[in-house]
Ligand binder design. Structure first.
Ligand code: NAD
Length: 707
């Protein structure tokens, strides 16, 4: 896992723990052994540490964070002290990535040589932690407390060249860094031999005359931005310690803080969310030798809201796109939208002029279907109407060459029926982007009954290439995300009928952690659009129970933010939702029509009902095999629906609460005297009952069990 070779007095130690050289216990042990060996080896005058494969090191092994391994020797901080305090110079040669514990290791070396594109950072705060191996004490000593605080409290990853003058690196290079690192190590050894001293990061002096005011301001800023999360404030404390405390004391307090944060629910949720994203990328049942098809030319059909966003997300990753429309005005509108977005990015400095030109140059418009002939991938984003989809897919089928991947961006329609419009259903799947498609990270990949393995693999590879978080869903109405959201909205509506107000529902669930309450979401998405979907749904499921206030809002012309009125009123040019008397009157009228005595509803009941609605529907989705694993559902909600990442996702939140308690609470809601409607809504999913009965959780569910 870590080995070394000596060449002309320089020992090169290679971290080798694929895929990212995580600093797991076994690697730490091997590294400590190697350091002891080279320190004792008289043939060695200097040491270089490098990483095998993709990068230097991606950091600590997150799967070990709650295992005894995390506190077994050598502890990361002790290992780094061993490296820093040795008598022979140690140089880190960085490429690919040096993140978290990987960067901390580099900080403890006596010098750093990096490839200019190396990704560096201390992202621990994004997992609800502080760096735990001296990063908060060494980084400020090298780059100054302001920059260090910024890197540690926000956890953003940066490329090494953007830190060129920061003091972090001794040398940046566009070549593989090992050669330059060996040369530097040799130079340092020669200087030591002449009596020169090694530069030990922990011994550097750190002075900041305005420290008190600076950290007071930083603490207030970070607190205001972090919604009560403990880690960002702990990062400020830790960096402040680097200025006000001796190194050793700062290190001790950093470890104390790391240990305390490691047992918080925030860490548990964030770690789950992180690991769940990685797991979602591994598709079960896909043969290991399956090869994705080549995708170099993409055609997007329909230059509306979604088509333009999808085209931009492809062009942003360097893929050429042809955007197809039926008529010139629609095409011109679509291309103008694309240009406006990129111009705004250029103005805000998010794009350089060169990037702006390049991206615009990658998107071409066309009328008619000719471009489909040369496409490797076609993504359809026309109106949500099965007949329109049929016409479009028949045309595609008539001219696309064999092997072209055919995708639909439908939100609710049956992907298998769409696939059946072609003579090649094995090449068809759903690529469900979220709006705005060039911003939203989530991509639901909908696997049809006939979708072939390599088409699925192609979609996964595309998602990676364009920086999306992909989750595979089976075919059902609304797939994973929207199907669950319907249950959530249904409860939100019934709460209004029983006594709550939209602003109260939104506030309660936002306080719980959702980034936006359901009624604000509806106003943003457009109440007329959801009404259309509801009408289609009602045609198939007339017994559907929902609050008629949803219809009332649409009948009042309250289509949402776009018209300045929805569940809320909006002042021109402002997004702040203002309670509406008209809506509140409609709500009261509906309660009266139903003969319900409006009652005070607690924030706790609101949050319970909304979240448990998600959980029960999620359990059914699992049971039906629509989602492969509970954590996939969590990824959908955290990445696409504003579910608080620190709670992990709805299924993880249910696990933490305990499934028996979930069932008890559902029962309590359904037995309320005024909860007369949709009582069977709270009938717990069979899978939920089974797991609760044996004291199990969604997380431990054996994959094959629910299929
Ligand atoms: P939109 O009305 O903004 O755009 C549809 C475009 O398709 C229009 O520009 C129209 O001119 C064009 N079009 C229609 N028929 C065509 C044809 N035969 N050939 C070429 N172009 C044609 O709609 P949208 O909101 O972009 O939605 C498109 C699809 O994406 C729908 O299936 C929708 O359900 C799905 N979707 C929408 C959202 C969303 O939030 N808007 C989110 C996810 C998925």
């Amino acid at each position: 896992m870590s080995h070394y070779q000596v060449n002309d007095g320089v020992a090169v130690i290679t971290l080798d723990n694929p895929p990212i050289n995580a600093m797991a216990l076994a690697l730490r042990r091997r590294l400590a052994d190697a350091i002891h060996a080279v320190q004792a080896d008289p043939a060695v005058r200097a040491i270089v540490i490098t990483g095998a494969g993709r990068g230097f090191s991606g950091g600590g092994d997150i799967t070990e964070f709650d295992l005894p391994a995390i506190s077994q020797v050598p502890l990361p901080a002790e290992l780094l002290t061993l490296i820093e305090s040795g008598s022979k110079p140690v140089v880190a040669a960085l490429h690919g990535m040096a993140l978290g514990g990987g960067l901390e290791l580099a900080l403890a070396c006596h010098a750093r040589v990096a490839h200019a594109q190396t990704k560096v950072g201390l992202p621990e705060v994004q997992l609800g932690l502080v760096p735990g191996a001296g990063g908060t004490q060494r980084l400020p000593r090298l780059v100054g407390p302001e920059l260090a605080l910024n890197m540690i409290a926000y956890g953003k990853t940066r490329e090494a060249h953007s830190l060129r003058d920061s003091g972090l690196f001794d040398l940046l290079t566009d070549e593989p860094p090992l050669g330059a690192a060996v040369t530097l190590a040799r130079d340092l050894a020669a200087r030591c031999a002449e009596g020169g001293a090694l530069r030990r990061t922990s011994k550097l002096l750190l002075q900041m005359p305005n420290a008190q005011a600076f950290f007071a301001f930083a603490r207030a800023t970070v607190k205001a931005q972090s919604q009560g999360m403990p880690a960002p404030s702990a990062c400020v404390d830790a960096v402040e310690n680097s200025v006000t405390q001796p190194f050793k004391e700062g290190l001790r307090r950093e470890m104390e803080s790391f240990t305390r944060l490691r047992v918080t629910p925030e860490f548990a949720g964030l770690r789950h969310a992180f690991l769940a994203e990685r797991k979602a990328a591994e598709i079960r049942g896909l043969p290991s030798d399956v090869m994705p098809r080549t995708v170099e030319r993409v055609v997007v059909i329909g230059a509306g809201t979604m088509g333009t966003g999808i085209a931009m997300s492809l062009a942003n990753a360097g893929l050429p796109v042809t955007l197809l429309e039926r008529e010139q005005p629609a095409l011109a509108r679509g291309l103008a939208t694309v240009r406006e977005h990129y111009e705004a990015d250029l103005k805000k400095g998010r794009l350089t002029r060169q990037q702006f030109e390049q991206r615009l140059g990658l998107i071409h418009g066309a009328l008619g279907f000719d471009a489909v002939r040369d496409a490797d991938l076609v993504i359809e984003a026309v109106f949500e109407d099965l007949e329109v989809k049929r016409q479009v897919f028949e045309q595609i089928d008539a001219i696309a060459r064999p092997g072209t991947v055919l995708a639909t961006n439908t939100s609710m329609l049956d992907v298998d029926r769409i696939a059946a419009f072609t003579r090649r259903p094995q090449d068809v799947l759903g690529l469900h982007f979220f709006s705005p498609a060039h911003v939203m990270k989530l991509l639901e990949i909908v696997r049809g009954a006939c979708t072939s393995a390599d088409v699925l693999a192609t979609a996964m590879a595309l998602a990676r290439r364009i920086g999306k978080i992909a989750v595979v869903s089976g075919v059902c109405e609304g797939f994973i995300g929207n199907r669950m959201f319907e249950s959530y909205l249904m409860q939100a509506g019934l709460l209004l009928d029983e006594g709550a107000w939209p602003q109260q529902v939104d506030r309660a669930i936002e306080k719980w952690g959702m980034s936006m309450g359901p009624f604000r979401v509806c106003d943003l998405a457009g109440n007329d659009l959801s009404a259309k979907i509801r009408q289609q749904r009602l045609a198939r499921t007339p017994e559907l129970v929902y609050s008629r206030t949803f219809d009332a809002v649409v009948e009042l012309g309250r289509y949402g933010q776009k018209v300045g009125r929805g569940w809320y009123d909006y002042m021109p040019g402002q997004r702040a939702p203002l309670p509406s008397d008209e809506v509140n009157a409609a709500i009261v009228a509906e309660s009266q029509r139903l003969g319900l005595q409006r009652r005070a509803i607690s924030d706790e009941e609101i949050a319970d009902r909304l979240v448990l609605a998600l959980v029960n529907e999620g359990a059914k989705i699992l049971e039906e095999g629509i989602a492969h694993q509970a954590s996939d559902i969590d990824v959908v909600y955290a990445a696409g629906y504003g579910f608080p990442r620190w709670r992990g996702g709805p299924m993880f939140a249910a696990d933490r609460r305990g499934l028996a308690d979930v069932i008890t609470t559902m029962g309590r809601v359904s037995r309320r005297p005024d909860y007369q409607r949709g009582a069977d809504f709270w009938q717990p999913a069979e899978l939920l009952c089974r797991l609760a009965e044996r004291g199990d959780s969604f997380g431990t569910l054996n994959h094959s069990e629910h299929l």
